[in-house]
Design a protein around this ligand. Structure first.
Ligand SMILES: C[S@@+](CC[C@H](N)C(=O)[O-])C[C@H]1O[C@@H](n2cnc3c(N)ncnc32)[C@H](O)[C@@H]1O
Length: 449
């Protein structure tokens, strides 16, 4: 196996002395930052990582940055602030809507105040028609019922249904939908232990919260966030264009032109069994987009690239390693082939018998397609940056970062380099079920010449 390729341009070293890069792969920096904080997406990365890349590679206002896995839109929000145009794809329908709302900065205090006033009138009308709390059981799956006190959930339902009925401009409506989504987690009495809901534990600080005022306060805070953002923006932001696409980034041919992108900055799903559908289960159930596991599979799991065992099935040929990878990168193919074989045996010795063997095959089949598409859209002389971690399913180490670099070179990129952001996995060290492989989070930079 070839070792990390030498990158021709070493003049742009990451300034690790003056920057804390260890949190770049996490959402931590975004939690208290205007607009980025509108939706807590544990799978998201730091806005600082995007800002730094735009600066480091001197991306100019009105040039175009692309994020093929934009998630909650961190890359696109930063781009807009700096007057850089952007494209972003996410195949997850709910997360896509959040990103869309975060890119709309036309929402003003007057319009929100008016909408909330009308909304509260409608809520009062609807409240009178509610006979008893039986409506909650008719409306929501068990999980949602477990996450809230009865009064809180009635109020959440009243806001939700009144929002549906309210005759207002669709941009304000989307904005208020995101506000209510954000409040959902704040007023839940379930100790939500990210990323999954654990409704058995009660979060005392959320008991007896006044949902209507929390919603109102949050909506006004969001308007304030826009005002703060507008004070800091590059004046070109008004001319910049942002195309957000709810599509699979394996093939963007109908949407993004060849050689049209100046910079790619993204964080693909890690090969670590994170189930994006599960992360949004509470929200999708609450909004009525899904009622059960099967709905979530249909609407989310099936649409995303493979990264979790919950997406796989032994009958599906998508989880057989593609012969195309063998043609382009025979060394990587044979490494993966033997890792897959090993995992196929190890899984049978484990209680959960998780399909990690299929995930590894599906993951590389998918990321290979995305890399090809990224190569197609990027302008010559430009760079594509992937922030991601390596992984060790059932203790079998897969150097995902290095393989993305190698596969990139196999399909046409001229070189790649890897910079380590942090070592990870420390919090699991005491768990005897865990493997002992040392994992890392890195930035992989691919250059197209
Ligand atoms: C690591 S997250 C990126 C989060 C993003 N950087 C942020 O700050 O919010 C990866 C994202 O890829 C999306 N995704 C998975 N498969 C996809 C596909 N085939 N096409 C487009 N998006 C996909 C997931 O829904 C998820 O939101």
């Amino acid at each position: 196996m070839k070792q990390l390729s030498l990158f021709p341009d070493e003049s742009d070293r990451l300034d690790t002395d003056n920057l804390d890069i260890s949190t770049w792969g996490t959402f931590k920096d975004n939690l208290k930052t205007p607009i980025h904080s509108w939706f807590t997406y544990p799978a998201g990365f730091s806005y600082k990582a995007v800002e730094s890349s735009i600066k480091r590679y001197q991306i100019q206002p009105l040039e175009v940055i692309y994020d093929p896995f934009m998630g909650s839109g961190t890359t696109n929000v930063v781009a807009k602030k700096l007057g850089v145009s952007s494209y972003g794809c996410d195949a997850h329908p709910f997360v896509f809507k959040i990103a869309q709302a975060k890119l709309n900065w036309n929402v003003e205090i007057k319009a929100v105040t008016k909408a909330i006033k009308e909304l509260f009138l409608l809520i009062n009308e609807k409240r009178e028609k509610i006979q008893d709390a039986g409506i909650l059981k008719e409306t929501f799956p068990e999980l949602v019922l477990k996450c809230y006190e009865e009064d809180s959930l009635i109020n959440l339902l009243l806001i939700r249904d009144s929002l549906f009925d309210l005759d207002i401009n669709s941009e304000i409506k989307e904005f208020l939908l995101v506000s209510l989504t954000n409040v959902l987690r704040q007023v839940s009495t379930a100790a939500t232990g990210w990323p999954y809901i654990a409704p058995k534990k009660v979060k005392i600080t959320s008991q007896n919260k006044d949902v209507l005022s929390e919603f109102q306060i949050n909506s006004f805070k969001m308007v304030k966030d826009i005002e703060i953002m507008l004070r800091e923006v590059n004046p070109n932001y008004l001319l910049s264009e942002h195309h957000l696409l709810n599509i699979d980034s394996k093939n963007t041919e109908n949407f993004i032109q060849k050689n049209s992108i100046d910079h790619i900055f993204t964080s693909p799903p890690y090969l670590n069994n994170y189930d994006y559908a599960d992360r949004t289960r509470l929200e999708m159930y609450f909004w009525g987009h899904a009622k059960n596991w099967a709905d979530l599979t249909q609407q989310v799991r099936k649409k995303l690239m493979t990264s979790a065992t919950t997406q796989t099935s032994r009958e599906d040929s998508r989880y057989i390693l593609s012969p195309e990878i063998q043609d382009y990168a025979p060394d990587i193919y044979s490494f993966l082939e033997s890792a897959i074989e090993k995992l196929g045996k190890i899984r049978l010795t484990k209680g959960g018998k998780k399909n990690y063997d299929l995930v590894v095959a599906g993951y590389f089949n998918d990321i290979f397609e995305v890399l090809k598409d990224c190569y197609r859209v990027l302008k010559p002389g430009k760079k594509a940056i992937f922030v991601l971690g390596d992984s060790a399913p059932y203790g079998v180490h897969i150097p995902t970062d290095e393989f993305i670099g190698e596969l990139g070179v196999a399909i046409g990129f001229s070189s790649y380099k890897i910079e380590i952001l942090r070592q990870r996995g420390g919090k699991w060290q005491k768990n005897p079920q865990r493997h002992t492989e040392k994992l890392r989070e890195s930035i992989v930079t691919l250059l197209k010449e």
